[in-house]
Structures are given as structure tokens and as C-alpha cells.
Design a protein around this ligand. Structure first.
Ligand SMILES: OC[C@H]1O[C@H](O[C@H]2O[C@H](CO)[C@@H](O)[C@H](O)[C@H]2O)[C@H](O)[C@@H](O)[C@@H]1O
Length: 582
């Protein structure tokens, strides 16, 4: 019975209860997240008293104006938790810029370096003194936010933000962000989806251990590793304890990881959206099941996507068909396998032999399970697995290639895996997309679906291919990196902004769809472009051989232009070729 589970957090202002329900269902703001990010002016107790006064004054039937007045009188605007902050480690001309040959791209990368100044946040002392007045989770060190409505840290976004910060030589800020996350693991036992109390019952793709590796690659501070290794043990243990199940497959029991949820109620930050969606179900139990699916999808980072739809064994449907908790995802398993490998290496360096062998065993088990259950020789790639049908889900997702990035495959047979994967990319006609790698081939209107292209997914595929050292894979990586950089640059030329997501079908196309408008800023987008320019800055130019990128048929704006229509037709052909249309 899910209604007995705890709510997202204890707060009767920010996480559950009649006040939250009344304000969020009134739809006062275009974005439901606005309200739960506001600061209360007085204590939670007094705020609740004022709420009940308002309810009794209005016979428990307040108008929208009554509710707005209550909010105006009792809450300060969103963003009240921060003070002005300029990162002391920011520098004008970090070394990586010198690697970028094209003068236009060089200038752009320098502007991206400036963006850290806009995206840096430091919390006021007042938050530490009166945490009850805020939904933000207090952390000591200043940090970089994604941007726009995302005014707090996000777990998996932080990986690419830290990559970018290290290229900008902002070592103190990068380390401060990792220290914040470590302190959160010490306090809560895991890292929530983002730095708000309403995210406290779910996490996001586990990249803290790889973030520490980024710091180690930069400074190789063994004492730092020694100081924090127990916290990393704790983070890894959280995933193994709360997010794994046993799958019986061909006589073997395989331990696999998946996204889950153990709380009740709608997401506080998207409360109305979730309640409205749950109207399709008639019982509290079914509604709670839907809420759990929505929260598990948010935990995956892919909120929302046809990747998690199961309808009659296919990926068709809508949010009411979410079945995240019935799908074994390739990326999570690949990332945990990589985590285990890193933990084994860390403990070896710290001479903790026993711990090192403990992680070696876990790593080897993941390697075996990933190959047994998720690798498919005939398709030439890893695929998610449905627990409902005990069958693979043969659909294109960039995450299908994540084991290459995470190194979660048998390197002794590298040629075999890489040849098959390159063949898969040819088969799905990855070269037809002008603006990057699409998230899926399903056009559902959800943000983690076609035609959107997300920065972390580009990075995972490009680096996965590039790091193999295999010529064909490296050629693909360079081509995909070039498209991504050029497309982001085209948008930059139009809007002087970096977006959270783009359109894979249009060079310079904006991302869209989902439950909020496309956001600018943008932490991981900046980090990914910086990383690609760092690696490919000597070969990528803003213009192709035939003239400027803009002259070669770019279409701007959120709408689908002629290029988009042609690509949409091509994608159907690609899906047919790959056997992925239902
Ligand atoms: O408010 C809706 C959802 O917003 C977040 O998800 C999206 O933004 C995150 C920050 O860039 C990103 O990490 C995630 O992959 C995006 O889908 C949030 O993470 C969700 O939990 C939230 O419900």
C-alpha cells in the first residue's frame, strides 16, 4: 500500500499537505516549480496558521485571488536564498582556449568561460541559520547551477559542469561542488535529484565517484581521496542496497540496477501536472503507482520519455503508460559497473586490499550481467530489458552505447564490440541528423524524445566512441562532435544563449516539449561544448567546406522547418531499417 510510504519530505509547506495542494492546484504560476522555490517569511508553524485562517475565512473554498494574496503575504520570491558571488578562481583566459583554432569558436568558448560568472551561486548565512524557511538544502561551498528554473545543484548535471570548470581552471569551485555532494552523502546517506528538500526521496544517475575521478585526474590528491573514501563507499552502497534486483536469465541469477521510488504523492515541483495526469486513474492505489513511475522517471534523468513507456509490449503510449520500474536500463548498469571499477582502483591506491577485491567482484558481476542480459550480437548494441515481457527493448537510444563510455565491456574483445556498434550506428542512419544525436525516434512531445538532443547524451556517445581508439569509431565521434558544436554555435549566434537541449534534426534548432519551456544557461551544455572544443578544437571550424554553417541550410526557431520535415521522413526510414517501429 503506497499511501503508507513517506512523502517527498516532512515539510507541510514544500512537500505535502493541504497548503501545498491548495496553492499548487490553483495554478498561480506558469511553472509549478516557482512556488516550492519560494522562501517563507515566518516560521512554518505561523505560515500554516495563516493558511488555515485563510481557509476558514473562505469556507475552505478560496478563490485564486485569495490564494495569491495568501502567497504574496507569506512568501518571498524564488531565488531569495542567494547572495551576490563572484568566483575568486575565475580567470579570463584559461589554457584550453589556446587549443581552439577557429577564431569564431575561440571567441565563443571565451564567452562560455564568462558564463560561469552568471551561473555561480552562494547561499546566504541566513539559510544555514533558519533552514526551515527555505526548500533549498544548505551547502557550505558556492556552486554552479544549470540555469533558468534550475536554481539549485543537480546531481548528474554536476558531472559535466565540473568537467567545464576544470577546463576553465576553476579548481576551487569544482572541488567545492564535489565537497558539497560529499557532505550531502554524509548527512542524508545519498545524493538527491537536486539540492531541494522536495527531491529528498530520489536520486539521479550516480556520477559522484566519476566526479572524484575528474578531480584526481586534475590534481591526483591521494590524501583527499583517503579523507573521503568512506563517503564514496556509502554512496555506492546506497545504490546497491536500494536500487538492485535479481533477474533470472537462462538459469543464472543476475544482479541488475534500476530506477525506483519509495515515497508517496505527486512531485511537489510538478504537483498539478502529476495530479492532472493521475485523473486518468480511478483509485488512490493506481494514482500512487503513477506518481511512483513519474518520480522514478525523474530519478533516471530522462523525465519524460517513451523510453519508459510500455503499452502492449511496445514503446507507444503516454505518461499514463510509464513503466520505469519494469525496465532494466543500460546506462545505470554501465555507470554502476564503472563506479565499481573506480572504487576498486581507489582502494587499491589506498592499499585497502580487501575493499579492492570487494569492488572487483561487484565490477565483474556487473560486467557479466551487462553482457548476458543487455548485449545483443544480432543488433550490435546493448538494449534496455523489460521485466514485464522478459524481453529486450529494441529501440534506438544514445544510452544504448553508454557501456562504451563507461568502459563496461570486455576490452579484450574491443574490436568485436566496436565493429558491431559502428555497424549499428550505420544501420540507424545516425549520419542523417544535422543537429546532433536524437534522444529517441519517437515524437511524443515529451522532452526526452525525438527530435530533442541532450548534451549529456552527445557526450556519452561521442566520448564512448572516441575513447575506443578504433579508427571508424573515432571518425564517427569527430563527425558527431562537429555537428553538435556547430549546432550549439548557430543557436548562440542567434540568441547569445546556451540551451539545456537542442533539436537533433536542424542545425541550430532549439529543443522543446515537456512540462516547462526550454531553459537557458546552461550548466551541462557549456561543460559539454567546452570538453568537445578542448578535444576537437584543432579540427572543428564554425563553417564547413562549402561556406558558412548558416549558409548550408540552417533553420532557426523552435518550429520544424523544411530540413526538419525531410529529416523526420528519413528517421522513419532509419527506424524501419533498425526494426524499431512498433
Ligand atoms: O521540474 C521537472 C523536472 O525537472 C528536472 O529535470 C530536468 O532538468 C534537470 C536539470 O537540468 C536534469 O537533470 C533532468 O535530466 C531534466 O529532465 C528534475 O531533475 C526533475 O526531477 C523534475 O521533476
Amino acid at each position: 500500500d503506497r499511501s503508507k510510504l513517506p512523502p517527498a519530505c516532512d515539510s507541510m509547506i514544500y512537500c505535502h499537505g493541504p497548503l501545498l495542494n491548495t496553492v499548487q492546484m490553483a495554478g498561480l504560476y506558469n511553472d509549478s516549480k516557482t512556488f516550492v522555490d519560494m522562501k517563507i517569511k515566518m516560521s512554518p508553524k505561523i505560515t500554516l496558521e495563516h493558511f488555515y485562517d485563510m481557509m476558514s475565512r473562505t469556507d475552505s473554498n478560496p478563490t485564486k485571488a485569495d490564494i495569491q494574496e495568501f502567497v504574496n503575504q507569506n512568501f518571498d520570491p524564488e531565488g531569495s536564498e542567494f547572495e551576490d558571488w563572484r568566483p575568486s578562481d575565475w580567470k579570463h583566459n584559461p589554457g584550453f582556449l589556446a587549443k581552439i583554432k577557429d577564431p569564431l569558436l575561440h571567441k565563443w568558448a571565451s564567452a562560455l568561460n564568462d558564463l560561469w560568472l552568471d551561473l555561480g551561486r552562494k547561499m546566504k548565512e541566513a539559510v544555514k541559520e533558519s533552514p526551515d524557511l527555505y526548500s533549498i538544502i544548505y551547502v557550505e561551498q558556492p556552486f554552479i547551477v544549470p540555469g533558468g528554473r534550475f536554481r539549485e545543484f543537480y546531481y548528474w548535471d554536476s558531472y559535466w559542469i565540473i568537467k567545464g570548470l576544470l577546463l576553465s581552471e576553476m579548481r576551487t569551485t569544482a572541488k567545492g561542488m564535489v565537497n558539497n555532494l560529499l557532505s550531502i552523502v554524509d548527512r542524508y546517506g545519498f545524493i538527491p535529484n537536486g539540492g531541494r528538500i522536495y527531491y529528498l526521496m530520489r536520486s539521479q544517475p550516480p556520477l559522484l565517484i566519476p566526479m572524484v575521478q575528474l578531480l584526481m585526474e586534475d590534481t591526483d590528491d591521494l590524501e583527499y581521496l583517503r579523507e573521503h573514501i568512506h563517503t564514496l563507499d556509502k554512496e555506492f552502497d546506497y545504490w546497491m542496497t536500494n536500487h538492485t534486483i535479481e533477474v533470472n536469465h537462462e538459469g543464472k541469477k543476475l544482479k541488475m540496477a534500476m530506477y525506483m521510488d519509495n515515497s508517496q504523492g505527486p512531485r511537489p515541483e510538478s504537483y498539478k501536472e502529476d495530479v492532472d495526469c493521475a485523473r486518468h486513474f480511478d483509485t488512490t492505489e493506481k494514482k500512487e503507482e503513477l506518481y511512483a513511475e513519474l518520480k522514478a522517471a525523474a530519478e533516471s534523468g530522462w523525465d519524460f520519455s517513451s523510453r519508459w513507456f510500455i503499452l502492449n509490449g511496445t514503446n507507444k503510449g503516454n505518461l499514463t503508460n510509464l513503466k520505469v520500474r519494469s525496465i532494466i536500463p543500460v546506462d545505470l548498469n554501465a555507470i554502476l559497473c564503472w563506479n565499481a571499477q573506480l572504487m576498486m582502483e581507489y582502494h587499491t591506491r589506498l592499499q585497502n586490499e580487501e575493499k579492492a577485491s570487494y569492488y572487483r567482484r561487484i565490477h565483474d558481476d556487473f560486467m557479466e550481467a551487462i553482457e548476458e542480459l543487455l548485449w545483443h550480437e544480432d543488433v550490435g548494441v546493448w538494449l534496455d530489458y523489460s521485466l514485464e515481457s522478459s524481453r529486450r527493448r529494441d529501440y534506438f537510444y544514445p544510452s544504448n552505447l553508454s557501456p562504451l563510455w563507461a568502459g563496461s565491456y570486455d576490452k579484450a574483445r574491443k574490436d568485436y564490440f566496436v565493429n558491431r556498434v559502428v555497424n549499428y550506428l550505420d544501420k540507424v542512419k545516425m549520419d542523417i541528423f544535422e543537429g546532433g544525436i536524437p534522444t529517441t525516434f519517437e515524437h511524443t512531445g515529451e522532452q526526452w524524445d525525438y527530435p530533442n538532443a541532450w548534451p549529456p547524451l552527445q557526450y556519452i556517445v561521442i566520448m564512448g566512441l572516441a575513447n575506443t581508439g578504433h579508427p571508424e569509431a573515432m571518425r564517427y565521434a569527430t563527425e558527431l562532435a562537429t555537428k553538435w558544436v556547430r549546432s550549439n554555435f548557430e543557436v548562440w549566434k542567434q540568441k547569445a544563449a546556451m540551451l539545456e537541449k537542442y533539436d537533433a534534426t536542424i542545425l541550430g534548432g532549439l529543443g522543446g516539449g515537456g512540462e516547462y519551456v526550454v531553459q537557458t544557461g546552461f550548466g551541462w551544455s557549456n561543460g559539454v561544448v567546452m570538453s568537445l572544443l578542448n578535444r576537437y578544437g584543432d579540427v572543428i571550424s564554425a563553417a564547413d567546406n562549402f561556406g558558412t554553417a548558416a549558409e548550408s541550410g540552417a533553420v532557426y526557431g523552435a518550429g520544424v522547418g523544411a530540413g526538419g520535415v525531410v529529416t523526420a521522413l528519413l528517421v522513419v526510414l532509419a527506424s524501419l531499417a533498425a526494426g524499431t517501429l512498433g
